[in-house]
Design a protein around this ligand. Structure first.
Ligand SMILES: Nc1ncnc2c1ncn2[C@@H]1O[C@H](COP(=O)(O)OP(=O)(O)O)[C@@H](O)[C@H]1O
Ligand SMILES: N[C@@H](CCC(=O)OP(=O)(O)O)C(=O)O
Length: 364
């Protein structure tokens, strides 16, 4: 198989690895944690999406064979602390808990907050651990499964890779539970209806969604240029291979270049709500150094946009870039021309030194 190259990955770990017998265990997590540590030492960035809260809390809440929604939510509330402690026991750096629902990902302000928080956590070398906020979310507000949640996380974090760790070697050409002749598919270049048909539901009592939700997750990622890998999280050798840069499991090959997909989205899909006018120095920093736009280079603000919306960036009456702005128009008016270390004192808050981060900016 070809080499495995990445810089920022979301690693999704399923319930069957965290709480195989409805109880937290580090049996399968040690190899994953070792891989996370060695990757970080090489300067790579990792975000975990971890399931397991319901499974880990199951034995703590009295319930009939099929727990009610409230019972499951109570299990998640207890199990989440056990799951986090289980991971934290494996690392000598900080783990950061992020609990999300679909609603958070669809709301612009909350989406921007999630993105900024992830960026800040990675900058500070903490390990973000994301799970669905099962305790508050009703079915219609939920993503529903952590495979799709991991794909959304990879998109919001602008990761280049999603690694889904499951209890099976990857995608097979038939459900191995019912067909012992099933063969592993090592590479998928196009997610066709036939690929969807290969997938069956969850294989264990603690899993949700099975291969179907993993293929949905891969589909979301590959069209945004994010390579997606399904691997067997029970096999420590898998992580030795990945650490050595060797692919294993099933790779879903991106159908689009990541930068091109991001640029096309910024350029064509987003309606601009205003303009930021910048000076020659800021223009040079953007064009020649690929820098973020700092408030110090802003001379004027036009329009009434809010943080997270798209704006044109203009110099000498020419639009030179488009990007997602981190501050409201009225706040930018207050901080234009100022050094970034004065943002907090001027506004009473700061979401970072840039007005538009270079990851959210496309040159025109
Ligand atoms: N075509 C397929 N290839 C591989 N596994 C499949 C396939 N169809 C269904 N499955 C089932 O999907 C299971 C993995 O999903 P799931 O039980 O939800 O685990 P996780 O907790 O890792 O998300 C496998 O154990 C397997 O039984
Ligand atoms: N949010 C739930 C997990 C949902 C889920 O997708 O589980 P899994 O199929 O094991 O990844 C929990 O923490 O129990």
């Amino acid at each position: 198989m070809a080499g495995f190259v990445w810089k920022r990955a979301v690693i999704k770990v399923g319930s069957s690895l965290i709480a195989p017998d409805n109880q937290c265990s580090t049996l399968y997590l040690s190899a994953i944690a070792k891989f996370i540590c060695s990757s970080r030492q090489q300067g790579k960035e990792v975000i975990l999406v971890s399931s397991g809260s319901v499974a880990a809390g199951r034995s703590k809440i009295a319930h009939k064979h099929r727990p009610s929604i409230a019972e499951k939510q109570a299990m998640a509330a207890i199990g989440q602390t056990h799951m986090m402690a289980n991971w934290a026991s494996l690392f000598d750096f900080d783990c950061a808990q992020i609990l999300l629902t679909a609603d958070d990902l669809h709301n612009r302000t909350r989406y921007v907050n999630i993105k900024n928080t992830l960026r800040e956590l990675l900058k500070n070398k903490a390990l973000p651990i994301v799970n669905e906020n099962d305790t508050v979310a009703t079915a219609e507000l939920k993503v529903g499964d952590n495979d799709n949640l991991a794909a959304y996380t990879a998109l919001v974090a602008q990761a280049d890779t999603l690694i889904i760790c499951s209890d099976i070697d990857g995608l097979f050409d038939a459900d191995p539970r019912t067909n012992p002749q099933a063969k592993l598919i090592s590479e998928v270049r196009e997610i066709t209806p036939q690929i969807h048909q290969l997938a069956g539901g969850a294989g264990s009592a603690v899993g949700t969604g099975g291969m179907q939700t993993k293929i949905q997750a891969a589909e979301k990622c590959v069209k945004s240029g994010i390579q997606t890998l399904i691997v067997n999280g029970r096999d420590a050798k898998v992580f030795d291979s990945l650490a050595a840069g060797q692919l294993t499991g099933t790779l879903f090959v991106p159908t689009e270049n990541r930068e091109r997909a991001r640029d096309a989205w910024l350029k064509h899909s987003l309606k601009t709500k205003g303009s930021i006018i910048i000076d020659e120095g800021a223009k040079r920093a953007l064009l020649e150094k690929g820098a973020s736009l700092l408030p110090s280079g802003i001379t004027a603000v036009a329009g009434n946009f809010v943080a997270g919306e798209a704006v044109n960036i203009e110099c000498n009456q020419t639009v030179i870039a488009k990007g997602l702005v981190l501050y409201n128009a009225s706040d930018l008016v207050s901080i234009k021309g100022l050094k970034s270390n004065l943002i907090e004192a001027t506004l009473g808050y700061s979401v970072g030194e840039a007005a538009v981060h270079r990851d959210d900016l496309v040159l025109l």
